[in-house]
Design a protein around this ligand. Structure first.
Ligand code: ZN
Length: 519
């Protein structure tokens, strides 16, 4: 017995114009697509419910292909620094928040959106006696107060491979930590089984509100013991049915392989994750030439080329593919070079994550590699205020190249890297199809709405064993779909951001519904 959905504009996403008005769903599966009369005749008494869609648009439910699920869940319950425009207001909120393992934490500041940039003196004044930590929105830069700086055992002279301690003009530590210098903070903030489960539940609940029912996620080295993190994933994904594909950070890959964990059908394991560079906001993304607004630096190399090679060899020895965070043009070039030397196991794809700044000659090399690229169209909106300063106008041509990346033939998957950015898929669709933000115009690098939707529907599943089961609306597929007020194909500009999600259905069950009064 099942539900017949009628009067809809149901886009299967199998082809650009594949549209049906009705769909029959039984238990957890889609049984048939077609036209109401035909489906009524065919299924007769098996139909025990009719759901009138009233002309609303239906798509396969979304998948975010690059997220940090536990980190996102934690961020939801913390002070969200991105919500404040004055340092004063941020400080007030920060003071009121519950500390985590005794540390006061706020996340997500962006100095370009605040009236003044946060400083160590400001943080010391707020928290003179207790450790305090303020993470930048990209999570590659953090400000710590003196108490925490000392607790970490850092000095102005501390040298950190793959990271750095920030210094003021007179050579004193300014409280800022970059990239690998943040690593000891993870141990101090590590969660336990219960806290990680709670974070996963909050994350998933929020994602349902955006129509997201699956994610490729990377958390295994930041939140405590690997076995405990996996246990949290097992319990919460089985309880919710939310599907997760986990990347394994290289710091925990030996441990992971040793454990040989058995996983439920709601989980699968993907590539070994590593970072080649940092981020553009804090000028730690690795560029071929110096930053336009600070020519003394061209970023941070998290691993030397030799170390990168060793890491990739280790992944291969375990039969793993590799996923690398690469933002700057030099970082991407270095990763591509290692992949050329040590190709992926046959029939598998390595992952290039971000690929924000890419030189034309690197695009040509990507064309020859079996890779998928995790793009975050929404970074265009997030970075618009500082990107022209960082890169200069010439290099802007090499950045946010969605269309060029698609033209390499690599499989493009979409995400928002939450908690780095807002996982609301509408913002990604808007950025991918509009291509403009502030002073930045990338209209030559936009995608069609169909291609933009594929980033969040079919494509992520081509990368995992869920292909053939999720990501499209076809008979035999899981009944995972989203119902929107209007058809994205017909919307332009801000209207894309305002298209209301009415319902999220996962395996035939409603997991999110807009408030009844508004439906
Ligand atoms: Zn990430």
């Amino acid at each position: 017995m099942g539900t017949l959905y009628v009067n809809g504009l149901i886009r299967t996403m199998a082809h650009e114009e594949d549209v049906h008005s009705a769909m029959f769903v039984e238990k957890t599966r889609i049984i048939a697509m077609g036209e109401e009369g035909k489906l009524r005749r065919r299924f007769g008494r098996r139909i025990d419910q009719i759901h009138d869609l009233n002309g609303k648009a239906v798509y396969p439910a979304f998948t975010d292909a690059h997220i940090h699920l536990i980190g996102y869940g934690e961020a939801i319950n913390r002070v969200d620094a991105s919500r404040y425009t004055t340092l004063e207001a941020l400080g007030q909120a920060f003071l009121k928040a519950e500390p985590v393992n005794g540390i006061h934490v706020a996340e997500g500041y962006d100095e370009t959106k605040l009236d003044r940039a946060p400083t160590k003196a400001w943080l010391n004044q707020l928290f003179p006696d207790a450790p305090a930590l303020l993470k930048r929105t990209d999570r590659h830069t953090a400000l710590v107060n003196d108490v925490l700086f000392q607790q970490l055992g850092y000095k102005a002279s501390t040298v950190i491979e793959g990271g750095k301690v920030g210094l003021s003009d007179n050579g004193e530590a300014d409280g800022f930590l970059y990239d690998a210098a943040l690593e000891p903070l993870y141990a101090l903030q590590a969660g336990n089984l219960e806290r990680n489960k709670a974070s996963l539940r909050s994350a998933i609940k929020n994602l349902y509100q955006y129509g997201i029912i699956a994610a490729h996620t990377e958390d295994l080295s930041y939140h405590g013991d690997v076995a405990d993190i996996l246990q949290a994933y097992k319990e919460v994904t089985q309880e919710t049915g939310f599907h997760t594909h986990l990347l394994v950070h290289h710091l925990v890959i030996d441990e992971f392989v040793q454990q040989q964990p058995t996983l439920p059908s709601t989980m699968s394991i993907g590539a070994m994750k590593l970072f080649v560079d940092g981020a553009l906001g804090g000028r730690t993304a690795l560029l071929g030439r110096g930053y336009s607004d600070d020519p003394t630096t061209r970023g941070i190399e998290v691993h030397t080329p030799e170390q990168l090679e060793q890491l990739v060899k280790r992944a291969r020895s375990y039969g793993f593919t590799v996923a690398a965070h690469v933002i700057g043009d030099l970082a991407i070039e270095r990763f591509v070079q290692v992949l050329e030397k040590y190709p992926a196991p046959k029939g598998k794809r390595d992952r290039i994550i971000h690929a924000t700044v890419v030189r034309p000659e690197t695009l040509a090399r990507i064309r020859k590699l079996p890779v998928l690229i995790d793009v975050q169209p929404v970074f265009l909106l997030d970075d618009a205020d500082f990107i022209v300063d960082r890169l200069g106008l010439n290099r802007l041509d090499w950045s946010y190249r969605l269309r060029s990346l698609a033209e390499t033939g690599a499989l493009l998957c979409g995400g928002a890297d939450a908690p780095i950015s807002d996982p609301d898929v509408r913002r990604s669709l808007y950025a991918a199809t509009e291509g403009t933000a502030g002073r930045v115009n990338k209209t030559n690098e936009t995608l069609s709405m169909f291609d933009a939707l594929l980033l969040f529907t079919k494509n992520p599943h081509l990368a995992t064993e869920t292909h053939g089961r999720k990501g499209l609306l076809l008979p035999g597929y899981d009944a995972d779909f989203v119902i929107f007020e209007e058809d994205f194909y017909r919307l332009r500009g801000e209207a894309i951001l305002n298209n209301r999600l009415v319902e999220t259905v996962q395996a035939g069950k409603t997991v999110y519904q807009a408030e009844a009064a508004l439906v």
